[in-house]
Ligand binder design. Structure first.
Ligand SMILES: Nc1ncnc2c1ncn2[C@@H]1O[C@H](COP(=O)(O)OP(=O)(O)OP(=O)(O)O)[C@@H](O)[C@H]1O
Length: 151
């Protein structure tokens, strides 16, 4: 007796699936300029509502300004910029996950909601600790030299 086997999915099926998934979106950005506008709206929302985001922007800007003031090498300034940017990007993702969790479970307690929010917050914390470590390693030695040479 022979069994009929359904054909494996081919790359031809992919565009249909992708198209259907995008159809679930309430609105799709029509062009690159509009995409930037929505991205800026997300950054602006986080800045207005998330105290931690404002703190991270301030600390990151301070670290970059200090590294320029202390005449660090370009590669060192770039490393401080990358680590600071990573913290901000993860803070935005944390805000996105918080919103999705709140949208899904509203004001009810759920263990999975707690895991999602706690892990997202943990990711921000790890990136912030790494940024502080990197900034400390690169900024402290020239800062100490500057301070001691002026005593
Ligand atoms: N629906 C929920 N179910 C279970 N636990 C929740 C839920 N909502 C929040 N929590 C718990 O409360 C904590 C704080 O929630 P909140 O929404 O303020 O997230 P947060 O990451 O601390 O926010 P922020 O990054 O702004 O400080 C979460 O980390 C989680 O442990």
């Amino acid at each position: 007796m022979s069994h009929q086997v359904s054909p494996p999915s081919t790359p031809n099926h992919l565009p249909t699936v992708v198209k259907k998934e995008r159809e679930l979106s309430w609105q799709v950005a029509s062009n690159l300029f509009v995409s930037f506008k929505y991205a800026w709206a997300g950054i602006s929302y986080s800045f207005k509502t998330q105290r931690n985001f404002r703190i991270h922007i301030s600390v990151g800007a301070l670290a970059i300004a200090l590294s320029v003031f202390l005449h660090l090498q370009a590669i060192e300034i770039a490393i401080i910029g990358i680590t600071s940017g990573l913290v901000l990007a993860l803070e935005l993702l944390n805000t996105a996950i918080e919103s999705l969790v709140d949208l899904t479970v509203k004001q009810t307690y759920h263990d999975l909601a707690k895991i999602a929010k706690d892990c997202a917050a943990g990711a921000v914390l790890i990136s912030a600790l790494v940024a502080v470590l990197v900034a400390g390693i690169l900024l402290l030695p020239p800062l100490v030299i500057l301070i001691t040479s002026n005593l």
